[in-house]
Write a protein that binds this ligand. Structure first.
Ligand code: KG4
Ligand code: ZN
Length: 333
């Protein structure tokens, strides 16, 4: 089965061709330059950019996979959660391709796609798994007993992890998107230089709270600016990153242990973070867990993860009517 996957939930136009859980092409057209001067994603600009990039991205994905349009057996598309106008562009394109070819359409939850990237990364992987999903819009721990079934064990009660990275980076003048900038800078910093709050770390739940950390870092930097006391930006970046990573690693490993599940996967844009990847691998090894960290390009938004999730649904006969709409607040559970 050859599945075309389309992802337009935020600021990347992702189109991929996946055949039997093998990636044949994975085209990602980023809008970073478009949004950078605004310091964040501007929804209306994102939708318009998807309109101009979606057809060339589909053509490129087919060309990279060395197939023609008629080789496609099904079209998978992100139907939510995400920016409604952005989602609608992908959904409309997917309907057009599926309708013209008379092949099944499969609506995919963006977060399910993120989790499926772990199964693309390690083909022998089988559920059940515990998934840490950390992105610009979401931060949660979910139990996945089988493909397509999810139970949310806990999630952020305020900001998402990527949002915290982006906001702190913007305040520190590191540009957009902030996650990769902080990750890079933190490599030259001392993670133990400053002790920032690790909210909910010792609570017996799997919830997160990140807005207090964001505020603490910003207040801390303002105070230093006011007093003229010098500090190394790299130390601040590393200490902030460490506070986020510590809570995520501890809670994810504890969820796996509590639930008696031997495999942990990390997913979403923040799962590309080098410190998170290192620390969760080390903690998992110590706890006797298998830890799957998809390649960074599969962690950030892409069409391959949507095609892979769609292929799983198709195999179960779970297809979507052609009149489906985008659902910006679609839930994983
Ligand atoms: O999954 P994603 O590509 O889009 C959403 O679904 O939101 O995640 C984007 C988020 C952004 O907030 C970005 O700053 C963050 O992922 N991110 C990172 C890294 N790479 C991307 N955060 C920390 N470290 C990174 N290396
Ligand atoms: Zn995402």
């Amino acid at each position: 089965m050859i599945v075309l996957g389309i992802e337009t939930s935020c600021d990347e136009t992702g189109v991929a061709v996946v055949e039997e859980q093998r990636i044949r092409s994975n085209v990602i057209t980023s809008q970073i330059d478009l949004h950078a001067r605004f310091g964040g994603v501007v929804p209306e600009l994102a939708s318009r950019a998807h309109v101009t990039t979606i057809n060339p991205a589909i053509e490129q994905a087919l060309a990279d996979a060395r197939i023609g349009m008629r080789a496609i057996d099904a079209v998978a598309v992100t139907i939510g959660p995400g920016l409604v106008g952005a989602l609608m562009v992908g959904v409309a394109a997917a309907k057009a391709v599926a309708g013209a070819l008379s092949v099944p359409l499969i609506g995919v939850n963006h977060l399910e796609g993120h989790i499926e990237s772990a199964f693309l990364e390690e083909p022998d992987l089988e559920p059940p798994v515990i998934a840490l999903i950390v992105s610009g819009g979401h931060t949660m721990i979910a139990r996945m007993p089988e493909h397509g079934r999810f139970e949310i064990l806990g999630q952020t009660i305020d900001d998402a992890a990527g949002e915290a990275f982006d906001k702190v980076a913007r305040f520190l003048g590191l540009g957009f998107p902030g996650g990769p900038a902080i990750d890079r800078l933190a490599r030259d910093g001392d993670a133990a230089a400053y002790r920032f709050p690790r909210a909910l770390l010792n609570e017996r739940n799997y919830d997160f709270s990140l807005s207090g950390l964001k505020t603490a870092v910003i207040r801390w930097a303002r105070e230093r600016e006011a007093t003229g006391e010098e500090f190394e930006l790299a130390d601040v970046a590393a200490s902030f990153q460490e506070a986020i990573v510590d809570v995520q690693v501890a809670k994810t490993v504890r969820a796996a242990t509590d639930e008696g599940i031997g495999t942990v996967v990390i997913a979403g844009g923040v799962a590309a973070n080098s410190r998170l990847r290192d620390k969760i691998r080390a903690a998992g090894e110590q706890a006797g867990l298998r830890v799957v960290t998809p390649a960074p390009a599969l962690c950030t938004d892409n069409g391959a993860m949507i095609a892979a999730a769609g292929a799983r649904r198709l195999a179960r006969g779970d297809t979507t009517a052609l009149d489906v709409g985008a659902d910006p607040s679609l839930s994983l559970a």
